[in-house]
Design a protein around this ligand. Sequence first.
Ligand code: UD1
Length: 415
Amino acid sequence: MNKFVVYQSDSLSGEVTIGGAKNSALKLMAAALLAEGVTILHNVPDITDVTIMSELLMAMGVGVARFGNRVEIDVPAEINPEAPYELVSRMRASISVLGPLIARFGIATVAIPGGDDFGSRPIDMHLTGLERLGAKFSYEHGNIYGKAGKLRGAEVLLEFPSVGATENLMMAASLSVGNTVIDNAAREPEISDLSDLLNLMGAKVSGAGTSRITIEGVEQMVPVEFTVIPDRVEAATFMSAIAVCGGKALLRNARPEHMRMLIRKMEEMGMEITLDPAGIVIERNTTTKGVHVSTLPYPGLATDYKPFLVVALAVSEGLSMVTENIFAGRFRYIDELVRMGADIRAEGRHAVVTGVSCFSGAKVRAHDIRAGAALVVAGMGADGVTEVYEAEHIDRGYENLAGKLTAMGAQVERA
Ligand code: UD1
């Protein structure tokens, strides 16, 4: 049936180990293309999106092997630089191979990603940025055909601090001639993780984590061994589970410095958060109360946290205003929450959430990775049984979500 079956949980306890960050691992795998030889990545989550990225690399002639959470990527001297529609349409992050392919091989064919459940997501900033470095693109038959001689460093001012565009440009500029400056760069922790990998591979990237990233091009990069940072969005998932069900848990390996705004919002709601050398300890002792939240580029509140906050706010006392500033269409799961008894009115970029005492178990549908996981969390705070269908969306970004929640005392099955 491909669903999660979720029963009400009163209180959670114990600990959960946070896995490697999906949004970092995918880009680090793409970055491996920049060097010939075997790049070894540790702490790579075993999730469908990583499998799709592996299939994409293998379709190009790259060897990819997984040993537990270690992934070995063997890049030959010559590859087939094509990202076909079958894979790109399953995962938009496939676009992150474009920069490395153009920089190292001077040629790339990448299917144009279609729309997805967030609505339309353009890639114009990726392309205009790469054009500033000397790449030329043409569009035919649903594909982007990219060509370049040796890329040349340039100044790139992004219209918006796009995570994906910043990453593609950092990777491409690493193998160019001369200096590149990316202004209005994204500042997410995953950008710093990519910068750390690139520098270990021999690139010269500085300023990652700030709005101005400078890259001094190098002629060649080498394969290395590297460990992916912990997934802050997976950590947010368990934080909202404690907010909804109550109890206390240690989120092992969670990095509080990557989640400062979420921690602040959770504290405003009445959650107790302690920073522990092993990770984050989160506890709920009182009824939580509504707060206003507004998503922004990092270090603002991540849009990926929003479904988890909405679920927690839906069963908090009082009224909360939630504003989405990154993706226009990212409120579809709200109709599902309303089916579960939530009192939420969404219009345009805003949602007004009025707290109710409890969700009501129902059959609902996962529209995307994070919204799907948030519905599982809502089910843990619902009387009766909740069935979350289209669970394959959740598998794209979570390794063993049911097992991890069950270990904390929840009753969640992946059927
Ligand atoms: C990444 C994350 C995603 C997260 C998002 C914002 C991955 C695989 N995904 O997505 O989970 O929600 O960052 O933190 O890492 N835009 C354009 N033109 C472009 C590029 C982006 O208009 O060329 C717009 C997008 O439509 C969106 C905004 O910029 O409105 C931010 O997008 P971006 O930061 O690029 O997100 P992704 O890298 O796609």
